[in-house]
Write a protein that binds this ligand. Structure first.
Ligand code: HEC
Ligand code: HEC
Ligand code: HEC
Length: 113
């Protein structure tokens, strides 16, 4: 029979592994962000996670849930184009000025129809 200590150790490691999996949810590798009338925005989610290192660069503005942008816009908590201007384009421009590799800053390079 397994001793009490072992049972506790096993239960504990399953518990920790479960938390580990929950924390590890990085979402989809690629996401088509809804870009309204201007067309969808294909977005390399995991590539940005690796480059930026910090989830909260973006997720301080919206939760780590599918369609969170659409929900916040619907409920009036997020203005249309705020993420685009204050996150995406702002960073891409700053990186460009700093002379680093950067992402697009023109409409048609992000939005596809
Ligand atoms: C450069 C911006 C950016 C960064 C950094 C970022 N995300 Fe996201 N994430 C997004 C966008 C955009 C969405 C899509 C939201 C929507 O569908 O409305 C999203 C959605 C998600 C979702 C919802 C599921 C899905 O696939 O749509 C999860 C989970 C998630 N992110 C986890 C993370 C984690 C964990 C990190 C850090 C390791 C991270 N994200 C870093 C932009 C980012
Ligand atoms: C770096 C990528 C990027 C560039 C460049 C960009 N957009 Fe966007 N755009 C987005 C993202 C992501 C969203 C969705 C999030 C939001 O509304 O902030 C969006 C949202 C929008 C929306 C509104 C969607 C809605 O219905 O809420 C319009 C309209 C739009 N963009 C037009 C433009 C125009 C016009 C330009 C050029 C002047 C442009 N975008 C340049 C990424 C970009
Ligand atoms: C804090 C900085 C930062 C933010 C925020 C950011 N990006 Fe980027 N993005 C980059 C950098 C840096 C690159 C280019 C890296 C390279 O080419 O090595 C890039 C590249 C891209 C590219 C080119 C394809 C690719 O992934 O290499 C697209 C498209 C793009 N970003 C869209 C977006 C959209 C849409 C958002 C907002 C939801 C966003 N980015 C937010 C830094 C950022």
């Amino acid at each position: 029979m397994l001793g009490k200590k072992w049972v506790i150790a096993i239960v504990l490691s399953i518990f920790i592994a479960t938390i580990g999996l929950a924390v590890e949810n990085k979402g989809a590798e690629k996401i088509q962000i809804d870009g309204g009338s201007r067309g969808a925005v294909p977005f390399n989610h995991h590539a940005h996670q690796e480059r930026l290192g910090d989830c909260n660069v973006c997720h301080a503005s919206f939760p780590q849930e599918p369609q969170s942008l659409a929900r916040l816009k619907e409920s009036g908590q997020l203005k249309s184009k705020d993420v685009m201007n204050k996150l995406c384009i702002k960073c891409h421009k700053a990186e460009k000025i700093a002379g680093n590799k950067t992402g697009p800053t023109t409409c048609s390079k992000c939005h596809i129809r």
